[in-house]
Ligand binder design. Structure first.
Ligand code: AMP
Ligand code: MG
Length: 500
């Protein structure tokens, strides 16, 4: 199944250390699949920072070798490429899916001993492609690269992007586009949809095998706990819900809108996955939707926490047979875990907002203070990122220029200052704390588009690299990156597409 490397290249020269534990699951969970041959693989971007963390040696490699590697033309020694089976609720409707345009090369062991998935996205058809061509276009793959780097910079759990290559082939969407492949790195690609797939087979032993595997891989502390299988499974459900609560709270704080929170796009590891029509919000408005296909706003910014719970309810349903022999008791346990998600989300959110405002003690009145600020931001269309940045640096609350001259804001600031006095911290320590959690920069939509246009239409990668530099350390206040603070020009109505 795995191809031989040409004699000219040393199989170990990249530093791969592949294992394929996923293929020990029952065979219905995957299909053997190989990346297709492509016409002319060319490296567009490689993530040297990530490569270093993974223990890979990309420097000093001939560009041709990197292109062949990241186009799936040379399968690393030890990798056993597969496509993974899964199902999912897409905009609420259930479908059997699977990797239709992605191939998992295997699991690389990092120098720290972590097991991470290495997946090629856009590498041709698989047994799960249905009517799709299995391909991806350059623009959307670079978009995933940029946004996942932005999320990493913001310290939000995310899959990462190791490289993008072009294939030298054309993919046909509304227009002919340049074909490309993204190398995605993830804690794993096990999704809520993977469990839905298992449950749809109505084979409890397969479901249990998947649960055991996933617990062992992502929640080892539960795996090792001394309890019954049913208790372990409930702990698993609660732990997955907890990670999602923490993750989605972080999205809300950064103004990140995933755009397509289908259950197949919710990773059990708690990483953000599948950067399709996602985007960051400029001015604060809970109704914000960017995706061109999300007509009813199912995945609007303000709905994300509730959709998280909806998805977790679908996850909990798959686990019912493992929670208790008596279904009524299973349902009771699952319902309690879902209620707990709502409480956890709320608590992560409130804790996070306190940090964003430099508040230390946990006072009941804090929630109202936060909500008053958000209401004001909504009413005047204040930019989410810049408002918190301006509060951190003092630009907002000391000079009261522009929007900040509004009486509502000035009054709010007085209440905020009174509240800060309760903690008794110096202004400087409050300021340092706020600067550390409020980013100066996010991936602004017009900046992302500018970088993609330059790269895809003019082969100019410099705009993208400058943007990536600005997004790598969004908490520093380096003035050279100040232009990246500007929100999208007024009147622009940003739309995103699924990019399949
Ligand atoms: P996504 O919207 O990227 O989460 O994809 C949803 C489903 O559609 C997944 O099963 C994908 O593998 C599949 N899919 C998306 N694009 C393609 C394509 N071009 N060819 C085959 N399958 C695809
Ligand atoms: Mg997906």
């Amino acid at each position: 199944m795995s191809r031989e490397l040409p004699v000219s290249s040393n199989p170990d020269s990249f530093g791969w250390c592949f294992e394929n534990t996923y293929t020990q699951l029952p065979s219905e969970f995957f299909a053997v699949a190989e990346p297709v041959k492509v016409a002319d693989a060319k490296l567009v971007v490689a993530n040297h920072r990530l490569a270093l963390e993974l223990g890979l040696r990309l420097n000093d490699q001939p560009a041709g070798h990197l292109a062949a590697l990241f186009a799936g033309q040379q399968i690393p020694v030890g990798a056993k490429p597969i496509a993974q089976a899964y199902a999912g609720h897409q905009f609420g409707g259930f479908t059997i899916l699977g990797d239709g345009r992605a191939i998992l090369l295997g699991e690389h062991r990092t120098p720290l001993g972590e097991r991470i998935d290495i997946q090629l996205k856009g590498s041709g058809q698989t047994p799960y492609s249905r009517r799709g061509d299995g391909r991806a276009a350059l623009g959307p793959m670079l978009r995933e690269y940029i946004i996942s780097e932005a999320m990493h910079g913001l310290k939000i759990p995310t899959t990462q992007s190791l490289a993008v290559v072009t294939t030298g082939e054309t993919v046909y969407r509304e227009t002919p586009l340049r074909g490309a492949i993204l190398t995605r790195v993830a804690a794993s690609h096990i999704r809520v949809g993977t469990f839905q797939f298992a449950a749809s087979r109505q084979d409890e032993s397969s479901l249990r095998a998947l649960a055991d595997y996933t617990i062992h891989r992502h929640y080892p502390e539960i795996s090792n706990s001394d309890c019954t299988d049913a208790e372990r499974c409930l702990q698993f459900l609660r732990a997955v819900a907890d990670r999602q609560a923490a993750l989605i709270a972080q999205w809300q704080m950064a103004g990140f809108i995933h755009g397509v929170m289908n259950t197949d796009n919710m990773a059990i590891s708690g990483e953000t996955i599948d950067y399709g029509p996602c985007a960051f919000m400029d001015h604060y408005d809970p109704a914000t939707v960017f995706s061109s296909i999300d007509h009813r706003g199912r995945y609007a910014y303000g709905n994300q926490p509730a959709i998280g719970q909806w998805n977790l309810a679908r996850f909990a349903e798959t686990l019912l047979p493992l929670l208790d022999a008596d279904e009524a008791i299973s349902v009771e346990k699952a319902t309690a875990a879902l209620d707990e998600y709502a409480e956890r989300f709320d608590s992560y959110w409130l804790q996070g907002m306190r940090r964003k405002l430099g508040l230390q003690a946990e006072l009941d009145e804090d929630r109202e203070l936060v909500n008053q600020l958000l209401e004001w931001m909504k009413s005047v269309k204040a930019d989410l990122t810049n408002t918190f940045d301006d509060l951190s640096t003092g630009r907002a609350s000391e000079s009261f220029g522009g929007l900040y001259a509004e009486a509502t804001f000035v009054n709010w600031c007085a209440r905020w200052n009174d509240r800060l006095k309760v903690d008794g911290n110096t202004r400087e320590s409050v300021r340092q704390g706020m600067l550390a959690v409020n980013p100066a920069r996010i991936a602004r939509n017009h900046r992302v588009e500018e970088a993609l246009t330059a790269a895809t239409e003019r082969d100019d990668l410099s705009t993208m690299h400058r943007l990536l530099d600005a997004l790598a350390s969004p908490f520093d206040r380096d003035p050279q990156f100040d232009v990246y603070r500007d929100p999208s020009p007024p009147g622009t109505c940003y739309r995103t597409f699924c990019g399949t």
